[in-house]
Design a protein around this ligand. Structure first.
Ligand code: AMP
Length: 145
């Protein structure tokens, strides 16, 4: 349980906790790994959100998940990039949240995750809460207590 005075400071900029879906780079689950590889490399994000054609949240994909598929016993083989799609290699068990302002849950989960997808009850993708935004709230709290 967070002390109420600290909670109030943490929540001072709660509207900034979530980056809305419209500003988040995503990839479609049916896209080839070629496309995901290029996107991840160009935008320099470690991991990005995977959605379906109706913008439902499906999972997350990282460069490491892709390069893992490229590793043979002694060589690196890029053929798989055109043969597999994002849905074949994405991670589906990462935690998600429905309330971006639930600071207690966010703090707990962002210890191990660099961002949390925010979804609604129909699994529509709404946005992400990032470690960076939460750290800004913590920074504000420790300087204004
Ligand atoms: P940050 O805490 O800002 O470093 O973000 C943590 C992670 O969240 C990044 O490494 C990305 O995987 C993801 N991320 C942050 N902002 C975006 C964005 N605008 N679009 C897609 N992914 C993002």
């Amino acid at each position: 349980m967070i002390d109420q005075r600290l909670q109030a400071l943490l929540m001072a900029n709660k509207q900034k906790f979530m980056i809305p879906a419209s500003l988040v780079a995503t990839v479609n689950q049916s896209n080839s790994l070629d496309h995901a590889f290029l996107l991840l490399t160009k935008n320099r994000y470690a991991k990005i959100i995977v959605v379906d054609n109706k913008n439902h949240y499906c999972g997350q994909i990282s460069l490491a998940m892709i390069t893992e598929k490229m590793l043979g016993t002694a060589t690196v083989n890029t053929d798989c990039l055109s043969q597999l799609v994002v849905g074949d290699v994405m991670q589906t068990d990462a935690p998600v949240v429905t309330d971006p302002e639930d600071i207690e849950t966010n703090l707990h989960l962002l210890i191990d995750q660099s961002f949390l997808p925010v979804i609604d009850h129909d699994r529509n993708f709404i946005g992400i809460v990032t470690r960076r935004e939460l750290l800004k709230a913590v920074n504000y709290m420790v300087h204004n207590f």
